[in-house]
Design a protein around this ligand. Structure first.
Ligand SMILES: Nc1ncnc2c1ncn2[C@@H]1O[C@H](COP(=O)(O)OP(=O)(O)OP(=O)(O)O)[C@@H](O)[C@H]1O
Ligand SMILES: NC(=O)c1ccc[n+]([C@@H]2O[C@H](COP(=O)(O)O)[C@@H](O)[C@H]2O)c1
Length: 271
């Protein structure tokens, strides 16, 4: 979890090239797990996008999506089509951020080995300048609703896909820092798109929703999901365990653990 002071320095960041993020392949927006058609035309088609560092991805980050899935399955309003991880670019310059190429590869190994409905989009990671979350959500809207025209219904028409940000309670609490999130961006993210928030130990999401004017204004677009089994696996601690030569088994998928060891990631403090 980042300190607001750190995040503040990123809000106005333009181009910060820490190191080259060289991807071996050309960019393509992933759609292989996006259904061809809606199963139930009476629902609102939904895609959730989780922005974050993922340095490295853990079982907690994977659980967040399944908690969201259970939530939407129990209700009739939305048809959850798929979920995307969008790892932040190296320009975010957060401590412990290993190069984007590795973070994308680890997310890909994690979804390939554990999920049949999650995808990883590398667009944000490939950017040489920091992209605000509002801009990242616009990128998904462009790819899904402009390029693909949304999703086909059973009757062959196209329906616009609703896009929502999936995040932990700590991220939403950082919304209260005006130097970190601009009001315009918050209206854009919460008003235009919407947020699915997974409660995080130590953050009072409901209290925050009540106290924050913009969130309160758009409260109908904020869905809070209770963590019925508390899980506080943190990427920071995983990095520390690796550095100290401790086991990280059962905290993240085995293929991700193998990747970390094979590439010698997180052995030093600068990742
Ligand atoms: N224990 C947790 N409970 C709920 N959400 C979490 C938890 N840990 C991380 N998240 C959420 O996962 C998303 C991605 O997290 P990110 O990798 O940026 O941070 P992190 O897991 O806190 O990592 P770090 O320890 O490197 O700060 C964010 O939306 C964050 O709020
Ligand atoms: N103004 C913004 O758009 C803004 C501010 C802070 C964090 N974020 C995003 O939140 C995500 C998580 O950040 P932390 O890992 O720092 O908690 C990242 O994807 C980051 O890009 C966006």
């Amino acid at each position: 979890m980042s300190s607001p002071l750190f995040i503040a320095s990123t809000l106005n960041a333009k181009v910060v090239k820490k190191r080259s993020t060289l991807f071996d392949d050309a960019y393509e927006f992933p759609t292989h797990l996006l259904p061809e058609k809606m199963a139930d035309d009476s629902k609102i088609p939904l895609v959730v996008v989780a922005c974050g560092s993922y340095s490295p991805i853990t079982y907690l980050h994977l659980r967040m999506f399944d908690m969201a899935k259970d939530h939407f399955n129990e209700r009739d309003e939305y048809e959850l089509l798929t979920g995307y991880y969008s790892p932040v670019s190296d320009a975010y310059m957060k401590e412990g951020l290993t190069p984007g190429k590795h973070r994308v590869n680890m997310c890909q190994l994690a979804v390939d080995s554990t999920s049949d409905w999650l995808m990883v989009d590398s667009w944000e990671s490939r950017q040489h300048s920091y992209q605000r979350t509002a801009v990242v959500l616009d990128h998904f809207d462009y790819q899904l609703n402009q390029i693909r025209r949304g999703i086909k219904t059973q009757t062959g028409e196209y329906k616009k896909i609703r896009i929502m940000l999936l995040a932990g309670g700590d991220l939403i609490s950082s919304f209260g820092h005006p130097s970190v999130w601009s009001s315009n961006d918050l209206h854009h993210i919460v008003g235009l798109y919407g947020c699915v928030i997974v409660e995080r130990t130590g953050t009072d999401v409901y209290g925050f929703l009540l106290s924050h004017d913009i969130l309160y204004q758009h409260r109908m677009n904020v869905i809070v999901i209770k963590q019925l089994i508390h899980n506080d696996i943190s990427s920071t601690k995983i990095r520390l365990f690796v550095k100290r030569g401790m086991s990280i088994k059962y905290l993240l998928p085995d293929p991700v653990i193998d990747y970390i060891h094979k590439h010698g990631l997180y052995l030093t403090t600068d990742a």
